[in-house]
Design a protein around this ligand. Structure first.
Ligand code: ADP
Ligand code: ZN
Length: 737
């Protein structure tokens, strides 16, 4: 009876809410809301609150779940309410959707949305001084100087006046005390100046105009529409989707442009600023916590109207989102591979669908998935088939390495060397592309054949000669190159096998000692700022030969670049995964697409041992359409995505046997009767990572099969992994290592 009384008291006096907290759980927790914390209108779903959880206090969000009143006495109170910060209904549905699709805990998805409480605090006002009364009669020289600075009546910071007048702080404080100057709080300056839709619209080419009109029509109609903006490198896609951003701004809504992180260059941001009169808000991993807090807050308040960001920008708490553009949509960087395993490109579509706005996927080399969606009419397919300004697409030539082979110990074929010489003579830029960091991918002892392997991964160590180290590209382990072989003790007899970019740079420096050479590789670049300045150097033409990994492959405009040489076009073709051919095609079409974007005769050279391979053939003929036809045929035959569906289960553990056994247990519990196939467990290609043994299961199902509910049902019938064993679920896997 007493208990029922308690509950009634609670029900009638206090509100009880369900709160989702950003921790490793799927469920919400219920809290009582003390009446003095209830905002006008009630504590509605979406409002941010601080709640106790165990011994901690955490920021969470009032959720739509029904609050459960189990034990009134044990119900804890909400500690604080932040009524100005709301994750709107669509934002909450989005969190639920991602969790349900990826099988992640809802709390972990919410964790990608929320930041600490500091993000909720406004910027501090600036203290400023201003002239407020007549000066005292006796004036020192210092005071006179201060007054001559301040006589225009403007407010200034103390520091400013100290510098301008060349006086001490005491002199200023004296005048404040005398009442001549007064202290004020100035509102901090706006963090982001608003971009203006029609600040400086470009004159579009006819085909750009047509594309922009088609997108404009989507805005006029309203509602969700997937759009594939499919235009060759240099066709002017950016200007086209900027028009979409303009339409979105005109509606008073926020726009999000997702790009692979490395495409967030100065050149891009400045181009945006020229078009819209202000830089967009940026979101990427190189921002400080404080900068992130500000962007988060301004986005939540609706004061940042355009965000350009890496994949995690998708989770920002937009107040009124009206457009998402995913640029370079084919890029693997949109897939997050840890914690919540999701593809930001696909989830962007989901977001647009939930909220009812257009989502544009832009690429010169769309993913096979997106091309298929366009073919089926699920997306509107907008094509730009030629380069802006009438510039020609680069000529692609194959270099058959069997007949046109480099001298021993060298990596550039004679015909490529000749082409570089011609380019240098013309005063133009060359790019040599090799998607492999370091000096050499394998080091071995010439005497005993010992190969240097990572102690905690099943991979060879890569020599980085510039640092005098052998490094693991999977776990970051590094060791000094030893003077003698650790196995047989022979001194100075180690061989570097195969090239990385550093080795190509060595050859280039030997061949052209007086030319300006830039190497771009992520391990040689420290942070976004340095990358931006290196890219600016290349764009300004101050480099003759650029040697780079995929960092240089994408998106950039290098006006003087007319030659691209691919050192190893076959790299990646031999990978066993289903997208190996697609990835090679995309990478090489993109990197050769850097040549001749701004005029000049662009040329691309592909060094290959597999000149008959269909992917290499399509590239050499410039027959991109042919590639898609070929690739779709292959996938259709094998019923691979997008014509079938996959999910991967990755089991890892410190104990090999236990991990393998858990994989076998999972297979034993596959629900009977479902139209799925489960392959494995097999040892993963990367069989050991950071000291953990890895196994993979692959689930195949028909296109129309709902994979996520099936997985949930299956795993619910299995025991959780024990000890060090862990299970990761990857729906629609991109990586198969
Ligand atoms: P894409 O993203 O399709 O590879 P970009 O949008 O970067 O191509 O355009 C390629 C080049 O052409 C850029 O230097 C860009 O400034 C220029 N350009 C594109 N459209 C226009 C336009 N309408 N007016 C002036 N310059 C343009
Ligand atoms: Zn390692």
């Amino acid at each position: 009876m007493q208990r029922q009384q308690d509950m009634q008291d609670l029900l009638f006096s206090d509100q009880i809410v369900a709160v989702l907290v950003p921790v490793f759980v799927d469920q919400t927790y219920s809290y009582r809301v003390p009446s003095h914390l209830v905002p006008t209108g009630g504590l509605q779903p979406g409002i941010l609150v601080r709640v106790p959880l165990g011994s901690r206090s955490l920021l969470g969000v009032v959720w739509d779940d029904e609050a459960v009143l189990k034990d009134a006495a044990r119900l804890k109170d909400v500690e604080a309410v932040f009524a100005e910060f709301v994750l709107d209904e669509k934002g909450r549905q989005f969190v639920d959707w991602i969790a349900s699709y990826t099988l992640a805990q809802r709390g972990m998805v919410l964790r990608m949305v929320l930041r600490g409480e500091e993000a909720l605090q406004p910027d501090k006002p600036i203290k400023a001084i201003r002239l407020s009364a007549a000066p005292p009669e006796r004036l020192t020289k210092a005071r006179m100087r201060i007054l001559s600075v301040m006589e225009d009546g403007q407010a200034r910071s103390r520091k400013n006046v100290m510098d301008e007048a060349g006086v001490s702080q005491a002199a200023i404080d004296g005048l404040i005390k005398a009442g001549t100057l007064s202290l004020h709080d100035l509102a901090p300056p706006a963090v982001f100046a608003p971009p203006v839709a029609n600040f400086a619209p470009p004159v579009l080419s006819d085909s750009q105009q047509e594309a922009a009109d088609a997108i404009g029509a989507c805005f006029a109609t309203g509602g969700f529409q997937g759009i594939l903006l499919d235009g060759v490198t240099g066709s002017g896609k950016t200007e086209v989707y900027f028009e979409a951003v303009a339409r979105c701004l005109e509606k008073g809504q926020q726009a999000l442009i997702l790009v692979p992180e490395i495409a967030l260059t100065n050149a891009f941001l400045e181009r945006f600023a020229k078009r819209f009169g202000a830089r967009p808000a940026e979101w990427h991993s190189d921002l400080s916590q404080k900068q992130k807090d500000r962007v988060w807050r301004e986005v939540a308040k609706g004061r940042a109207s355009v965000v350009v960001g890496a994949r995690s920008a998708l989770m920002l708490p937009f107040r009124d989102l009206g457009l998402i553009v995913v640029d370079e949509e084919h890029d693997g960087a949109f897939k997050q591979e840890d914690r919540v395993i999701y593809n930001a490109r696909d989830m962007a579509m989901v977001r647009g669908h939930l909220s009812g706005f257009p989502v544009i996927l832009a690429s010169a080399t769309p993913s096979v998935e997106s091309r298929n969606n366009a073919n089926l009419g699920r997306y509107q397919h907008i094509k730009l088939t030629s380069r802006y300004g009438g510039f020609a697409m680069p000529d692609i030539r194959l270099i058959d390495m069997r007949s046109d082979s480099p001298e021993k110990g060298r990596w550039l074929a004679p015909s490529l060397v000749a082409a570089i010489n011609e380019t240098l003579e013309a005063g133009e830029q060359s790019l040599l592309f090799l998607n492999r960091r370091g000096y050499a991918p394998l080091t071995l002892c010439r005497s005993c054949g010992h190969r240097f392997q990572c102690p905690s991964c099943s991979t060879w160590l890569v020599e980085h000669r510039s640092r005098k180290k052998l490094m693991c590209h999977h776990c970051g382990h590094s060791e000094r190159v030893p003077p003698a072989c650790p196995s047989c003790g022979t001194e100075d007899n180690l061989a570097a096998c195969g090239p990385g970019v550093e080795r190509i740079a060595e050859e280039v420096a030997e061949r052209w000692p007086d030319k300006r050479i830039v190497i771009l590789s992520s391990d040689l670049i420290h942070g976004v700022a340095q990358l931006r300045s290196e890219l600016d150097v290349i764009a300004s033409g101050e480099a003759d030969i650029v040697i780079g990994t995929q960092l240089v492959a994408k998106g950039h405009n290098f006006p003087a670049m007319t030659l691209v040489g691919v050192i190893d076009a076959d790299l990646g073709l031999a990978h066993g995964d289903l997208r190996a051919g697609e990835k090679v095609f995309q990478m090489l079409a993109q990197v050769t697409g850097r040549a001749g974007r701004m005029g000049g005769k662009g040329r691309g050279f592909l060094q290959t041992y597999a000149s008959d391979h269909p992917v290499i053939q399509c590239l050499s003929k410039g027959d991109w359409e042919g590639f898609y036809v070929y690739e779709m045929e292959q996938r259709q035959k094998a019923l691979m995505p997008p014509f079938g569906r996959l999910a991967a289960l990755i089991i890892s553990g410190e104990d090999r046997e236990a991990a393998l056994q858990y994989g076998r247990d999972l297979v034993r519990h596959v629900p009977q009767g479902a139209a799925v196939r489960v392959l494995g467990p097999v040892e993963a290609p990367l069989a050991v990572l950071r000291g953990r043994y890895r196994f993979r299961l692959l689930l195949w199902a028909e296109r129309s099969f709902a994979v996520s509910p099936f997985l949930r049902h299956w795993l619910a019938g299995c025991a959780s992994p024990k000890g060090s064993v862990r299970l990761q679920v990857d729906v629609d896997p991109v990586s198969f290592v």
